[in-house]
Write a protein that binds this ligand. Structure first.
Ligand code: AMP
Length: 126
């Protein structure tokens, strides 16, 4: 499958430091930062630094190091904000909106990590 990456998407601009972000964790391969329009007390976005449109694109093309680093960064965000229910946190929701039905606005892979309140039903009914 051919994936097309738009280099002018807003997260690409963040990675090139053309626009600012509120960084939570930065590694060689990943960036975690606060969502500019949070829908929960904790709303963090985790992105790989490489040019990947979505999760399928990422896991099909990224190196093991990038994949491991991305997953580890997600884990570190959960730890940093004390969200892990196994460690007395109150839990969280992990979301990757993908494509048009997923209502993905920014075409660079990102996981939303949402916490700090009860998130309600997974999706609203039509
Ligand atoms: P999605 O619909 O999953 O593509 O979500 C994109 C998310 O990116 C939204 O929650 C936006 O609030 C967030 N967002 C857009 N621009 C920025 C920015 N400059 N800094 C941080 N978050 C952003």
């Amino acid at each position: 499958m051919e994936f097309k990456y738009d280099k002018e998407n807003i997260f690409a601009k963040i990675l090139r430091k053309e626009i600012p972000n509120d960084t939570v964790i930065e590694t060689d391969f990943s960036l975690a930062f606060k969502d500019i329009n949070p829908v929960a007390p904790v709303h963090i976005l985790v992105i790989p630094k490489g040019p990947y449109v979505n999760y399928d694109h990422f896991v099909s093309n990224a190196s093991n190091e990038e994949v491991l680093d991305f997953n580890n960064t997600v884990k570190e965000v959960i730890k940093k904000f004390d969200l892990d229910p196994e460690r007395n946190g109150a839990g969280y929701r992990l979301i990757a909106n993908t494509g048009s039905n997923g209502v993905q606005e920014v075409p660079h892979l990102h996981f939303h990590i949402l916490g700090g309140r009860n998130m309600g039903f997974m999706v609203s009914r039509p």
